[in-house]
Design a protein. Structure first.
Length: 208
């Protein structure tokens, strides 16, 4: 009887632990689910509520990383889902803010164009040269940082139209545009270098 109770207790503890290990993924799914809700709130001009949900999504980004480290549950799914959730939210914000003209359309197309160039270039390099690992560059990280700052300030200015926020938004726009262009050019340069490298399976011609 005691053995049966111990077995049942062990299974219960194991189930609870597995449930806890899934917590980081659940938080990431929550952040993915935030994107359409944020889009609706902004399109309906509920800027304060939209800003609050964006901030909550930002906190969840830190929280799922912290939970994954504490529970040692970082796996392939988390590696894929976490940056995907961040990118979906950021692209959603750029699309909505571009539609509402809270950011200039040229900035919207610059960001989307750069991302399309990166995706197409990565696909071609992977297909033609077998490169499977693509690491973000420092310029890419700086560009993403200023893009996040830009959309946050744009929503902040829409919610609280203070003059200081306007000038901060304009500064973020200039820096975001600069580093988006520079990072895009840098990724193109890296892609060309990868494309010029000899494929590892390509036979080397011997000179007679």
């Amino acid at each position: 009887m005691q053995s049966l109770n111990r077995s049942t207790s062990f299974r219960s503890s194991s189930y609870k632990f597995q449930t806890l290990r899934a917590l980081p993924h659940l938080i990431t799914f929550f952040r993915l689910a935030c994107s359409p809700v944020v889009a609706w709130l902004l399109l309906e001009a509920h800027f304060k509520a939209g800003l609050g949900l964006i901030m909550l999504a930002g906190v969840s980004d830190w929280l799922d990383g912290w939970a994954a480290r504490q529970l040692r549950s970082a796996g392939h799914l988390g590696v894929v889902l976490d940056p995907l959730a961040d990118k979906v939210l950021l692209v959603t914000l750029f699309v909505v803010l571009g539609i509402m003209q809270l950011i200039p359309l040229w900035m919207f197309w610059l960001v989307i164009g750069r991302d399309l160039v990166i995706v197409v270039g990565a696909f071609l390099v992977r297909t033609l040269r077998g490169v499977r690992k693509f690491l973000p560059t420092m310029l890419g990280k700086v560009s993403t940082f200023f893009q996040i700052v830009l959309v946050l300030l744009a929503v902040c200015y829409a919610a609280f139209p203070a003059r200081v926020l306007f000038w901060l938004d304009m500064t973020a726009l200039a820096l975001s545009a600069l580093f988006t262009f520079l990072s895009g050019a840098d990724y193109v340069r890296i892609g060309i270098q990868m494309a010029r490298r000899r494929h590892p399976l390509t036979p080397i011609r011997q000179t007679p």
